[in-house]
Design a protein around this ligand. Structure first.
Ligand code: H2U
Ligand code: ZN
Length: 355
C-alpha cells in the first residue's frame, strides 16, 4: 500500500506508544449526519464571576476561601479522588476479585485570576507562569517519598467534563503508575532495549523529515497529529530534546513550551470559531527515584469535536467492543489545523473593528 492509497482506503494503523491498532476509514467522511447535535456553550466573557469557586476572593464549594491571588493559584482539591493517608489494603478472591488501595494527592491549579482567560489567550509571561507552576507542582509532589507518578491534566469545556469554565487544571499524584503511562513506559523501554534509541526522538525525526502531519514547531517543541491519532483533531506535543520531565527543561525551553501550547490552542479555537473543548495532559517519567532514561516528555491533546462545534465524536459501538476508529485521516486533520492560523479569531475581530 502506498501513501496515496492510505489516504483514501480503509486500513489500520499501529500506535507504538500503546502498542495497539486504530482503524482508519477515510472514505466515511462524506456520510450524512442526522445524529445528536450539541448546544454551543459560550466561553466566559466576564473577568470576574461572583458565583465562580475559583475566582479570587470567592468561597469554594467545600467552604474554604480562595485568596485574592494575582498570578497562578494552586490548592488541594476539596473533593479529592485519592487520599494520602490510610492503611495499605489488599483484597483478593480466587485471583479474580483483586483490589488494593492507591494513595494519592489531588491538586487544582488556576491559570489566571481572570475568569475569561483561557490558555490560547494568555500572554507569554502569563503562560510562563503556568509552566513554572506545573514544574513546581511536579517537583514538590515527586519529592513525596511514596509518590511514583504525577499526572497534570486539563479538561477544557463542558463537553470534556470540566466542572467550571475558570481556566484551571488538575494534578493527581499516585503511589502507583496508572495504566496508560505504564503502557507507554513499557513501550519506550522495549524500544530503547531493542534499538538503543528513543521511540519518540526517532518518531519526531521522521515526522520533521516527512512534514505530512506536523502542525507547528519552534526550536524546542513540535506539535503534530500523530500517525495513529484516534480523536479527530488529536495532537501530540513533543520536546525536541530528549528529556523526561518538565523539571529538566532549560529556561528558554519553558518559554518555548508556552509558545507551542498557545499556538496549538489558538488553532483549535480557530477551527470552528468557538472555545474548542479538549482534555490535555503531560506524560512525564515516573517519580520513583529511578533514572528512566527511556522517557521522553510529551503532551497529548484529545479534542472530541468532529466536523463542527456541534458535532462530536463519541467512543461507541465498534470502538467499545473492538478497536478505536476514525474517519478523518490524521493528514487531513493536520492540514485543517495548519489552515486554522495562529491569530485567535476573537483578536481578528478586534483588529477588524479597530480599522
Ligand atoms: P474539573 O473542571 O476538571 O472538574 O476540575 C475542577 C476540580 O476542582 C474538581 O476536581 C475541584 C473539583 O473537585 N473543586 C474544588 O476543589 N473546590 C471547589 O470549590 C470546586 C471544585
Ligand atoms: Zn472564575
Amino acid at each position: 500500500m502506498n501513501f496515496e492509497e492510505l489516504l483514501s482506503s480503509p486500513h489500520k494503523r499501529f500506535n507504538p506508544l500503546l502498542r495497539e491498532w486504530v482503524l482508519v476509514s477515510p472514505q466515511r467522511t462524506q456520510r450524512p449526519w442526522q445524529g445528536k447535535v450539541e448546544k454551543l456553550v459560550a466561553a466566559p466573557s466576564v473577568l470576574y464571576d461572583p458565583d465562580c469557586y475559583l475566582c479570587p476572593g470567592n468561597k469554594r464549594a467545600g467552604g474554604k476561601q480562595t485568596p485574592q491571588y494575582t498570578e497562578t493559584y494552586a490548592f488541594d482539591n476539596d473533593f479529592p479522588a485519592l487520599l494520602p493517608e490510610g492503611e495499605s489494603l489488599h483484597y483478593e478472591g480466587n485471583g479474580l476479585l483483586v483490589a488494593q488501595t492507591d494513595r494519592g494527592l489531588c491538586r487544582v491549579l488556576c491559570f489566571s485570576p481572570r475568569h475569561d482567560l483561557t490558555v490560547p489567550r494568555l500572554n507569554s509571561r502569563e503562560l510562563r507562569g503556568v509552566i513554572d507552576a506545573w514544574t513546581e507542582q511536579f517537583s514538590t509532589l515527586a519529592q513525596v517519598p511514596w509518590v511514583r507518578h504525577v499526572q497534570i491534566f486539563e479538561n477544557r469545556g463542558e463537553l470534556m467534563g470540566a466542572s467550571n469554565p475558570h481556566p484551571h487544571c488538575q494534578i493527581w499524584a499516585n503511589a502507583t503508575v496508572p495504566n496508560l503511562p505504564a503502557r507507554e513506559d513499557e513501550s519506550l523501554r522495549a524500544y530503547r532495549a531493542e534499538k538503543h534509541s528513543c521511540l519518540l526522538c526517532d518518531y519526531l525525526q521522521l515526522e520533521l523529515h516527512r512534514l505530512e502531519r506536523v502542525v507547528c514547531q519552534n526550536d524546542a517543541f513540535a506539535a503534530l497529529v500523530p500517525f495513529w491519532a484516534v480523536w479527530p483533531f488529536e495532537t501530540l506535543v513533543l520536546s525536541k530534546r530528549h528529556v523526561g520531565s518538565l523539571e529538566l527543561l532549560k529556561e528558554g525551553e519553558r518559554d518555548l513550551l508556552g509558545d507551542i501550547l498557545r499556538r496549538v490552542t489558538i488553532r483549535y479555537d480557530n477551527l470552528f470559531e468557538s472555545a474548542f473543548p479538549y482534555s490535555m495532559g503531560f506524560h512525564q517519567q515516573p517519580t520513583d527515584g529511578e533514572p528512566h532514561e527511556a522517557w521522553h516528555l510529551h503532551a497529548h491533546y484529545f479534542p472530541p469535536l468532529l466536523r463542527s462545534a456541534t458535532v462530536r465524536k463519541f467512543m461507541v459501538g465498534y470502538e467499545l467492543l473492538a478497536s478505536p476508529q476514525r474517519d478523518l485521516t490524521p493528514e487531513a486533520a493536520s492540514i485543517r489545523l495548519i489552515e486554522a492560523g495562529e491569530t485567535h479569531y476573537l483578536d481578528r475581530a478586534v483588529s477588524r473593528n479597530q480599522q
